[in-house]
Design a protein around this ligand. Structure first.
Ligand SMILES: [Fe+2]
Ligand SMILES: [Fe+2]
Length: 237
C-alpha cells in the first residue's frame, strides 16, 4: 500500500474517505483495506478512476451496490465540507491578509468564496437529505419480493431524472475564482501562498469533476434502471 500511495500522491485526498491513515508498513492494499472494513475492489476502482483521466466510470463501478456508492458519496461530501473547503478557505483568507489588494478587491474575493460555499452546502444537503435516502430506499424496495405499493405509486410521479436535470457542476465557479486571481487581480507578493491556493483549487476542481461524473454517469443511470424495473414489476403485479 505504501508504494501505491508514494508513487501516486494524488491519492492522498482519497484516504480519509475510506478512513485509511498512513503508517501502512509493509501491508498490501488488500490487507490495509480489510483491516479497515473497506471493500478492496471498490477502493481500487475508485483509485483507478481518480488517477486515470480516460477512465470510464460506468464500467467497473456498476458492479457495486448502490449502498456502497452512497456511502462513498457521503464520505466524499464530508471530505469536502470538513477538509478540502476549510483548507482552501483558510489559505484564501491568509492570501488576502498578506496582499496589497484594495478593500473592494478583498471583498470581491471573500464574497465570491462565501457565495460559492453557500451554494456548495445547499447542493450537498439536497443530495444528503433527499436524493441519497431515496436511492437507498429504491435499492431496498427492489430487493423485496413485494415492494411497497405506495413506493411504486410515488415512482409514477417522481423519477431521478428530475434531479439529473437540475444537478449543477460545482467545479465551474472554482474555475472562475482561479481566473479572477490569475487574470484580473494585481499580482500577489506571497507567490508561494498564491500558488498553493491555485493548486488547491485545481485539485478540488478535478475531484469535483470525478464526483459529479460518479453521480451523473454511474449513480443516476443505475437508479433510473432500477426505477424502470420496479415500475414494470409493479404494473405486472
Ligand atoms: Fe455529491
Ligand atoms: Fe452532486
Amino acid at each position: 500500500m505504501y508504494r501505491v500511495v508514494l508513487e501516486n500522491l494524488q491519492l492522498l485526498p482519497l484516504l480519509p474517505r475510506f478512513n485509511l491513515k498512513s503508517g501502512f508498513g509493509e501491508k498490501s492494499v488488500d490487507e490495509v483495506c480489510r483491516a479497515h472494513g473497506v471493500n478492496t475492489d471498490f477502493f481500487l476502482e475508485i483509485a483507478n478512476a481518480y488517477l486515470d483521466e480516460l477512465y470510464v466510470p460506468s464500467e467497473g463501478l456498476s458492479l457495486f451496490s448502490l449502498g456502497t456508492m452512497v456511502n462513498y458519496i457521503k464520505s466524499t461530501h464530508n471530505y469536502y465540507t470538513d477538509i478540502a473547503l476549510p483548507m482552501v478557505e483558510e489559505k484564501i483568507h491568509r492570501l488576502m491578509e498578506r496582499s496589497k489588494l484594495s478593500e473592494k478587491e478583498v471583498h470581491l474575493v471573500i464574497n465570491f468564496f462565501n457565495d460559492y460555499k453557500k451554494d456548495f452546502m445547499t447542493h450537498i444537503s439536497q443530495e444528503e437529505e433527499h436524493i441519497l435516502p431515496y436511492v437507498l430506499e429504491l435499492e431496498r424496495q427492489s430487493s423485496l419480493k413485494k415492494p411497497d405499493p405506495k413506493f411504486i405509486q410515488k415512482l409514477r410521479s417522481y423519477s431521478i431524472s428530475e434531479f439529473e436535470q437540475e444537478h449543477d457542476r460545482l467545479e465551474i465557479s472554482l474555475e472562475h475564482l482561479s481566473e479572477l486571481i490569475i487574470k484580473y487581480l494585481p499580482p500577489f507578493d506571497d507567490l508561494q501562498l498564491c500558488h498553493q491556493v491555485l493548486n488547491d483549487l485545481s485539485i478540488l476542481m478535478k475531484d469535483l469533476v470525478d464526483h459529479a461524473d460518479m453521480e451523473d454517469k454511474v449513480l443516476i443511470p443505475r437508479v433510473a434502471e432500477l426505477e424502470r424495473e420496479l415500475l414494470n414489476s409493479g404494473s405486472l403485479a
